[in-house]
Structure formats: C-alpha cells, structure tokens
Design a protein around this ligand. Sequence first.
Ligand SMILES: [Zn+2]
Length: 327
Amino acid sequence: MIDLHLHLDGSLSPSLVEELAKAQNVPLPAEGQALEPFLSVPAHCSSLNDYLRCFQLPVAVLQTGEALTMSVKDLCRRLEAQGLLYAEIRFAPSQHTQRGLDQMQAVEAAIAGLPKKRGDGWSFSAQLILCCMRGGEEKANRETVEVAARFLGKGVCALDLAGAEALYPTDLYEELFRYARSLGVPFTLHAGEALGPESVWKALELGAVRIGHGVRSQEDPNLIGYLREHSVPLELCPTSNLQTKAVADLAHFPLRDYLRQGLCVTVNTDNMTVSRTTLAEEFRLLQAAGMREEERRAALIHSAEAAFLPREEKAALKAALVAGFQK
Ligand SMILES: [Zn+2]
C-alpha cells in the first residue's frame, strides 16, 4: 500500500504526544488514553471545527528539532509495520517556528527522521511534502517554497497548500505558486474539498500536478473530462471527507464512479490519528461499500504512478505492489 496524502501533525500516536509534551513542559489536557479525545474527532464529527481542533496539541509539541525527527521516525515505523511500501508525509514548516526553529531547521529535522535510502528491492521509504498555509503570512509561505526548492530530491518531493479552503480561496496564491514553478518545485494543492470544482480548476490553472482530495470534482462534467484527459491524480481520503462533510455519506463517495470514468484516483488517510484510521481501514471501508478487488488494485497502481518519484523508482514501486498482489 501507498499513502500519498498524510499529514504528520494529524497522525501522531497519543503516547508520543504525551512523551514529547513532558519532555518540553507543554501542559497536557489529560494523560494516557484520556488524551485521545483531544487528538481524534468524536465518533460523529459534526463540523470542520471539530476536525481542526485536533491539530492544536500536536503542533504545540512539535516545536523542536528533536520532536520533529522523533515524530517522523515514529510515523514511518508505524507505516512500515502496517505494510506500506511508500508514503509522502506532509507538514507545514511555518507552523513549527514558535520556539526558535527556522523553517530550514524544521525541515532538516524532519528529513533526519525519514528512513535511509533503500537498498535493492523495495522496502518502506518516504518523502516529505511541505505545506504552504492558506491564511499564512506571505513571507512565511515564500520561505516554505524556497526551503522546498533547497531540499528537493533530498527528502522533500513537492509543495502543497493546506488550511481553510473556503476562507482563503486558491486564487489568492497565484503569485506564490508561480514562484514555486519558477524554482522547479512540483506541487499538489488541497482543492475541491470545502469548495467545489471551481477550486480544482484554479489549482490546475496554477500548475498543480495532483489534487489533494478533489472529491467534489464530479459536480462539473467538464472538469472530469479534463482530469481524465490529462491524467491528473486525485488524492481521495474517504474517512476524512466524510468527517468534514465534503461528502454526505459513503454511498455517495465517488471513488468507484471516478475509476469507471477513467480518472487516476488514489486512496489515502489524510490524518490517521485525527480521523482514527489507517490505510487498511480506508480500503476496508470502501470494500464494505462495494469496491471490488480489481478496483482496489487499480487505485493502488494509480498511487505508484502518481508518486513524486523518478520514473525508474515508480516502476520499481509498481513492481513491488504487483508482486504483493500475487502473494
Ligand atoms: Zn489534507
């Protein structure tokens, strides 16, 4: 399995949050198992606010280089244990500068937590996607772009735009992503989650090569045609999309429709801890809603094709996936 859309701060284990908080004297609202309600949405998440509240504590404990290295390392270990072959882990370095780190130091620390280069054959590996923030300061976002350019291919594989899509629409970031293009940094943008197809169109116009979510693309048949024609991958995250009400219910989740229409759709977790999920759980959910085995395999192959990897590494990843299908 491959996860292309996974936020670091939304995927920390409660025990690690507790350990990091104690080491840094960050006050905790509770301890042990009792910490979970502060990190994960309630069983019936009622709003985006419920969802966003769960990021406050993780961000508060990820303000040192050591904490960032440990959290990336811990997440990678858990992903490998879950049977993943590859992941693209994203975070916003500008959110981790409250206690003296600069963005470059934050990214260097996160890179230090990634698994070392794999040898022959494919075992788990991961890269980072750096998020610019909707509503963030222009200067900080430009710095994120520059840091991504500096570490591109050395642990960082792309940029993203995260945060409140409805409050800060994508067209406010035209200049920022023109700058990213001028530095040769590819990007995926969160779009078509809180807002509809117009946001996805804008992301494409800015030069996004993948779309974070894009789950609402079905509202515009012309957009579906464009996504198919240009093989633009969509990073769907079923549980998260249901929790934030981007999709009303599982019966209306468009993954199978998109596959039938020839789109490059991938399945991802978004935030394992906030959404109380894993990639295996996302596939279980989709299978319970009627997804067939060949559709599951098609989505997995799409993930290998959509990864921000050099061509030969994509091919090796795809071969490892196919070998797994035959087991
Ligand atoms: Zn996301």
